[in-house]
Design a protein around this ligand. Structure first.
Ligand code: CA
Length: 236
């Protein structure tokens, strides 16, 4: 699911944004100041698909939040909200690392359109950046030829197996829900039976796990879905 971090110190604005974004099917988190926004993004917990970042915040302001994120090597798309649309503020926002900006007050429909634009561009970029090959734990997945190679064998993947692996790997370290797999890999609506996914996972585990019954890469997250980790670990 697409997750948006809302950084806004005025509670009614933050709540209004949350309400409307959730109506649009996004998952949201609110941070009320710059420090907690930075902590939320860099903690390594949840991964955000975009940040809506107000400039005027208590403590460090939005410019500084954007600048610090970029300095730390984080390139989550940022839509900056500025009360002032003076050209120098807009430029300062872009210089700090914002990807787009919107002067306050704004029309909700415009905000959603801008946000969708950012997310779309990010998706294109992710696809561009997606390597043809992926290596982990002495295995190589060749996405172009749909092959998985280990030290002693080569396994042919079906298109669907390849797509599912690609999706899980793209979200390495994140929990992906069955619903998001259905929507993003299969392109199906949520009312489809999700057990089909579990069967695929069982099959993938036979390919990528040393002990498929006790997986260390393709982990079950009970009640939610699955998580792929490149470095072996135990299911929690
Ligand atoms: Ca503010």
């Amino acid at each position: 699911m697409t997750t948006i971090l809302i950084v806004e110190d005025e509670p009614h604005l933050a709540d209004g944004l949350r309400f409307n974004l959730e109506m649009e099917g996004y998952q949201t988190t609110i941070a009320h100041d710059g420090e907690s926004a930075l902590a939320a993004v860099t903690s390594g917990g949840r991964q955000y698909d975009a940040v809506i970042l107000d400039v005027m915040l208590p403590g460090i302001d939005g410019f500084e939040v954007a600048a610090r994120l970029r300095r730390s090597g984080d390139y989550t798309p940022i839509l900056m909200l500025t009360a002032r649309s003076r050209p120098e503020d807009v430029l300062r926002g872009f210089e700090a690392g914002a990807d787009d900006y919107l002067p306050k007050p704004f029309e909700l429909s415009i905000l959603l359109a801008r946000l969708n634009g950012l997310l779309r561009r990010r998706q294109w970029m992710m696809r561009e950046l997606q390597p043809e090959q992926y290596q982990f734990s002495e295995r190589t997945i060749d996405f172009r030829n749909l092959e998985l190679r280990t030290h002693n064998q080569t396994i042919r993947l079906t298109q669907m197996e390849g797509e599912l692996l690609r999706y899980l790997i793209r979200h390495e370290g994140e929990t992906v829900s069955r619903k998001s797999i259905l929507e993003n890999v299969w392109g199906m609506r949520e009312d489809t039976d999700t057990r089909a996914i579990d069967n695929f996972i069982v099959r993938l585990r036979k390919y990528i796990e040393d002990e498929p019954s006790s997986p260390s890469h393709l982990l079950t997250v009970r009640g939610v879905g699955y998580r792929f980790v490149a470095r072996a670990q135990r299911s929690s």
